[in-house]
Design a protein around this ligand. Structure first.
Ligand code: 5GP
Ligand code: SF4
Ligand code: MG
Length: 430
């Protein structure tokens, strides 16, 4: 998911609209915005479908959310607004609480009433039940939940931006006029002209109010940022851990070739997410890059849509026969999760006359589910979950299949403060 927040900004509603549009790739199922006075618009679909009119021109603060489902039902659209014991709050959450159901059960035992099936509501109840003033209660609540969250909390008197102790999910803020804008990715802030962009540190909550900015560090764990943001999820023009996402992906492609030198006639990227990696692969191998698969840009991210993925992939990716016919093709994509996409791609390329189809993936096999907010499915849905690479190769019907090693991935990103649990099985939680 993607989250956005504004404080003391003129025309807050349209600024939130623009920032959420810059985060649209992080969620296309639903959109929600809450502004001053807790006025709310929520709906299914894209930012431009839901946030249609220029409403509430006098709004100066607010938070918003774009969602792709990791937990909860489609009806559960964020932000969530609630009257707590500490006052009225709205909350927008990117991430997922492992064993969220246990938290929810435990709170229900204590008498809590939930308005949705979202684990995000846990924070509201923990805040409401804590002792002390509102800010103290927020800090206490955050301390209780180990991960994974980037969180925005809107109150009459402040906007709070928080990141879990490991900093698994991203969060950035910067200056905009006399106010502040917060967003999941720096690229979405830059796009609207936000200046002095900084990262919300891990294990930290920043309160923005008319009295200024107050930063509270509530945990001192080692940072473990989601490597999948680098691989697939984020925009290529974003930066994490001071590294460019595009350049990291480009290097993943280079490393992939170094680890798997192969002969072929053309490198074909799976657009859009496989492009940066395919460029690196082409540059390292000297094999020319070409658009063998056209991308219909009016079809959204297929992974995110829960239904009919096969139909969607076919509509989305169309082969250019003149590029692939009679050729030894290497297709480069960022990842294989369930295997559906790559199976269809190989089929399409063969139908278009490719002589050989080799598949290069610029991340390691996804073997373990993510519990921290990226929807990489239950273990049995992961095609590489319990299969060797050779078996996956047969399933997608490729002439060869090769992945990047975990070491290669880390070299490409150039940083060690990473979560790699979906590849290694070494989780951050018990
Ligand atoms: P598969 O069909 O193997 O499940 O999907 C793999 C494709 O979906 C890849 O092209 C990749 O770009 C994209 N993808 C991989 N992981 C994720 C994810 O966690 N979320 C979303 N939205 N897309 C993903
Ligand atoms: Fe990211 Fe994988 Fe860790 Fe989930 S398990 S947070 S997808 S690196
Ligand atoms: Mg893709």
């Amino acid at each position: 998911c993607g989250i956005a927040g504004v404080w003391n900004v003129k025309d807050a509603f349209s600024v939130l609209h623009d920032v959420l549009l810059g985060l649209q790739h992080r969620g296309q199922e639903s959109v929600g915005v809450v502004v001053d006075g807790f006025k709310t618009i929520k709906g299914k679909g894209l930012v431009d479908t839901v946030l249609t009119e220029d409403r509430w021109e006098d709004a100066e603060k607010g938070i918003g959310h774009v969602r792709y489902s990791t937990a909860g039902s489609l009806e559960d659209i964020q932000p969530i607004v609630a009257f707590t014991r500490k006052g009225r709050l709205a909350i927008a959450h990117n991430g997922n609480i492992p064993n969220g159901e246990k938290w929810i059960e435990m709170l229900k035992e204590k008498g809590a009433v939930f308005q949705s099936s979202l684990d995000s509501e846990v924070f509201l109840h923990l805040i409401s039940m804590s002792e002390g003033d509102l800010k103290e209660s927020i800090v206490k609540a955050l301390k209780k939940v180990p991960l994974a969250y980037s969180l925005l909390i809107l109150h009459e008197e402040f906007l709070a931006a928080a990141r879990d102790p490991y900093g698994v999910r991203p969060l950035f803020y910067g200056k905009y006029g006399d106010g502040i804008v917060v967003a999941s990715e720096d690229a979405a802030l830059k796009a609207i002209g936000v200046e002095d962009i900084e990262e919300v540190p891990s294990g930290t909550v920043v309160f923005f109010s008319n009295k200024g900015t107050e930063t509270v560090r509530f945990s001192k764990k080692e940072k473990r940022f989601c490597s999948f943001e680098f691989i697939y999820f984020a925009r290529p023009d974003s930066h994490f851990l001071d590294q460019s996402v595009h350049i990291a992906r480009y290097r993943m492609g280079e490393e992939l070739y170094r680890e798997n030198p192969i002969e072929a006639d053309v490198v074909v990227p799976v657009l859009d997410s496989g492009l940066s990696g395919a460029m690196g692969f082409s540059s390292a191998s000297g094999i020319p890059l070409d658009i063998g698969l056209m991308r219909n840009r009016y079809v959204g991210r297929s992974f995110i849509m829960p239904v009919d993925r096969e139909k969607i992939v076919k509509k989305k990716l169309v082969p250019i026969e003149d590029v692939v016919s009679g050729k030894r093709v290497v297709v480069i994509d960022d990842s294989i999760v369930r295997g559906t996409t790559m199976g269809i791609i190989v089929k399409i390329l063969r139908e278009a006359g490719a002589k050989e189809v080799h598949v290069g993936i610029h991340s390691p096999p996804v073997r373990f589910p993510c519990f921290y907010g990226i929807d990489t499915a239950r273990k049995k849905e992961l095609v590489a979950g319990e299969r060797a690479v050779e078996e996956v190769k047969k399933i997608v019907n490729a002439d060869s299949l090769f992945y990047l090693s975990l070491e290669g991935l880390k070299r490409a990103i150039g940083r060690s403060e990473l979560c790699v649990a979906c590849f290694s099985g070494e989780y951050l939680h018990e």
